[in-house]
Design a binder for this molecule. Sequence first.
Ligand code: GLN
Length: 605
Amino acid sequence: MTRRNEPKPSDSRELLASVSDASADTEYFSPIPAGYRKGKARYVIVMGTVMSGLGKGIFSSCLAKLLQDKGLKVAPIKLEGYLNIDSGTLNPFRHGEVFVLDDGMECDMDLGTYERMLDQDLSRANFATSGQIYSDVLHKERHGGYLGRDVQMIPHVTGEVKLRLRRLAMETDADVVFVEIGGTVGDLENAFYIEAMRELAYEEGLHSCCFVALTYILEPRTLGEQKSKAAQLGLKQLMQLGVQPDIIACRCEHPVSEQARQKVSVYGNVPLERVFSMHDSPSIYMIPAMLREGGLDFEVIRLLRIEDRIDLRVERQEWGRWCDFTDRIGKETREVTIGITGKYTSVRDSYASILNALEHAGIALQAKIRPKWIETTHVTDRNAAVHLKDVDGIIVPGGFGTRGTEGKIACVRYARENGVPYLGLCLGFQMAVIEYARNMCGLSGASSTEIDPSCADPVIDILPEQKRIEGLGGNMRLGGRDVEIKPNTMAWELFGRSGSVRMRFRHRYEVDPRYIEVLEKAGLVFSGKAPDQPIVQILEVPGHPFFVGTQAHPCLTSRPLRPHPMFVGLVAASARRRYAEDDLPDPLTACRVCASKGYAPPRTV
Ligand code: GLN
């Protein structure tokens, strides 16, 4: 695994700041970055009570969006309790997908929610783990940063947390920093984050911080009514830590009753108009409207005293654009089933970005997407037709290891030979190359050295160049890269005839350049490549309705109002296959139609 995300030693100015603070004979220790202006940035701090998985990231990103739409600069940050330096080594089955940022940071899937909701590229400054925090503190300690003092959780570790938030505020010139604390109030590993936020509110002063507690209202079926006791206990636990929430958002299956809100209000010391219902929604993209209707955005603006910073003209325009998008949700005229082959087929979170990208394309094309999970360990050339009989299109997503790979190759073959629309993502791109090599180039021993290190034809391999370039410490190719697009190909048309697109990567293996010629001679087209290396990044099969693979993860850069053309292409081709009698647009026309409706293509830089 990569170690590119190792923490950088803090800069010497901050070290010196801590040194002088530390040697002063005072209890007021809090390293503040040079040039920080108190009061410029306000902080919204979102914490969860009762249980995890309530959607703190979704809530926080929706609220951030409402403020951003009013012309405010927002900067989100997720604070994770675990000791890993990044999410690169986490199992997506346990923790959800690993989201990769443009700068190569491997982080929590919530960062994907923020990027999509805010249509904003984030960086490693937007993601912190306990591991990073401790590591920085220990580094400073070894370099004399706290001379004369015993290094403690308070004030040094909490100081490091506040330092990061203030640095983010300064670097992004944010009006509002959204701080999402991982886990649940009461978790030992997250307690120092909450303490740091209590200190932050004290130091920054009145109206600088808005604390939001996300809680859960139970609705036991046998009782047939909403119960708020668990929420009350969760809030009590938060207040015991010295934090009084300003706003309470109640997660619940159905809209929370006035009575349950009243109970929460009384026990949480929060006026009723600041206790909101955040009930289940058919799409997360409808949650901003739910929060806006409840008046949450203006409650926060009033609490933070930033009424004079908002621009309601900007809001009218932005909100109009957003509603044009959300008005289409639930009004789909067609249904498309996309088969997704995956190892973690039972956990939707492990493929969150793919599901989101499909939803974006589906909304743009007014097609409801039904994902069908396909476990490939038992799929073979002989039974592929049975497993894939009711799918309109197929995605082979990214993955690691060998399990189920032969089944995936069988799915690719079925898609290619039967004109079923296909999109291969990273591992799915590699599987398509292997399939083509075996069945179209006569290389029956073709494979990837990840699957079979001693295969006869390692069409997919770790490149020696790659080892040299990135081999120090880790050899994963991570983050955003420019991809050069070959003119007059499907990719060229999909990307609006743009010569270069930015895509995100997370892989170790790639096509061995020695096989490019033989594959091309057999008809495979490599329509995207790295500008400065012989690394092929996009493939397509001409004459097929839609057969595209990419070494990148286009799902990571698909946005609601900027659906990724590769997903638009797949969904359009799948709809055409399913509704053959209708006159539906082909993938390229669909992308043009999207653009004409105001759906912007992905940014090229
Ligand atoms: N296992 C493959 C590689 O390392 C694919 C990685 C992926 O799908 N993210 O290259």
